[in-house]
Design a binder for this molecule. Structure first.
Ligand SMILES: *Cc1c(COP(=O)(O)O)cnc(C)c1O
Length: 385
């Protein structure tokens, strides 16, 4: 019986063709046509004015933090339920974090919870965050509209971590038709191997501000000035994407719509199959179209991680890979002393959440095997009470 992996890259002949072209051009590193082509096509895809290719999603987020002017001791409000790269970008700037719990409906930042705290702080004359970083988690858009209103009212920079949600949109309401990553001052995406499209490793920063885009490019290329000698006007970073990676990116971007459709189809099949069970399926909200990047369920049971672990073991026996959801930031040892708002929703997502196989080349017959195995476990558990 074949092992069914959680999520693997989908690299085809078009990727090989463009990669080969990049190799033959002789421009394999940071100079070459594919970098700028990837940037302009990406910007057009998500509907942003400018895009700057980076060596990773984390690098893109870090540049956003730099350009947001985050300095040691500044406060950055970050979603508590996320992969640690989200907060690392702020930590690199020695920011103090304000970790904000998720709401039950979207699994993303509870923006009203943050608003109430900011209003309290403003009234009490206490320190306010300089930036908000929302995270569109597992393909699900966060409430970027409310976050943008809050950011504008309090004079904060809004950074969208869209690393997990490229292709997700709003379908109605004030952001109808918009892509995640284009509502804040900055949006960051990742092309790591497990993301919806990949360049092996890489990221993208988008913004509508021409000056910020120019400065982002500058910072990502060691802040080197166009000068005959080596002149650097500030301390920059080597955060460029290579031409080889960008060639992969151009090819993957051509297939992105197909990947998004496939992810949605997989999610739909799972959610239908699990509708009669005690499993909680991922958010399916009125105003948003999630990409279901990693299809994840909440396993019933309130007592620690036993139920989640039991289902994971059951699947592993059947040759099916699954994975626990993110451990909330407030439970990460280096962030233990950071301030936080709530945390019970994110803890519950961690204790009960399990991601199921959802590669874009997952065969229906393999998905049926996963479904059968999950249903089998649910039935046994119901019997054992
Ligand atoms: C993957 C990911 C990142 C970082 O992307 P890299 O390209 O791996 O650096 C950031 N935030 C979230 C939420 C992610 O899942």
């Amino acid at each position: 019986m074949d092992r069914i992996p959680l999520a693997v890259p989908n690299i085809g002949s078009r990727e090989a063709e463009l990669l080969d072209d990049a190799i033959k051009s002789g421009f394999v590193s940071s100079v070459g046509q594919y970098v700028s082509e990837f940037e302009s096509r990406f910007a057009a895809y998500v509907g942003a004015k400018h895009a700057v290719a980076c060596s990773s999603g984390t690098a893109a987020l870090h540049i956003a933090m730099r350009l947001a002017g985050i300095r040691p001791g500044d406060v950055v409000a970050v979603s508590d339920f996320t992969f640690m790269a989200s907060s690392n970008a702020a930590s690199y700037q020695f920011a103090d974090l304000l970790l904000v719990d998720s709401d039950e409906a979207s699994w993303c930042m509870d923006v009203p919870l943050l608003r109430a705290e900011l209003e309290r702080r403003r009234a009490a004359g206490e320190r306010l965050p300089k930036a908000i970083e929302i995270v569109h988690i597992l393909g699900q858009p966060a409430d970027a509209h409310a976050a943008r209103e809050l950011a504008d009212e309090f004079g904060m920079v809004l950074i969208e971590d869209a690393a997990e949600a490229l292709g997700a949109t709003w379908t109605s309401g004030p952001l109808a038709g918009r892509h995640v990553g284009t509502v804040g001052h900055f949006g960051a995406y990742s092309f790591n191997g497990n993301k919806i499209m990949t360049t092996g490793g890489g990221g993208m920063l988008v913004t509508d501000d021409e000056d910020l885009a120019r400065r982002a490019k500058h910072l990502s290329t060691q802040a080197r000035m166009p000068d005959r000698g080596y002149l650097h006007d500030e301390v920059g970073f080597n955060y460029r994407l290579t031409n080889l990676a960008a060639a992969l990116g151009v090819a993957q971007l051509e297939r992105l719509d197909e990947f998004v459709q496939t992810k949605r189809r997989i999610a739909h099949r799972y959610s239908e199959a699990f509708s009669g069970t005690a499993l909680e399926v991922p958010p399916d909200l009125q105003e948003t179209a999630s990409t279901y990047w990693l299809y994840s369920v909440k396993v019933p049971g309130t007592d620690g991680t036993e139920a989640r672990d039991a289902l994971q073991d059951h699947l592993a026996h059947a040759g099916i890979e699954s994975r626990a959801l993110w451990r909330p930031l407030h439970m990460q040892p280096p962030l233990r002393d950071e301030e936080r708002l709530g945390g019970s929703v994110s803890e519950e997502l961690f204790r009960r959440g399990l991601s199921l196989p959802c590669s874009t080349d997952l065969r229906d017959s393999d998905q049926d095997r996963v479904i059968e195995s999950v249903l089998d476990w649910c039935a046994k558990r119901a019997l054992s009470g």
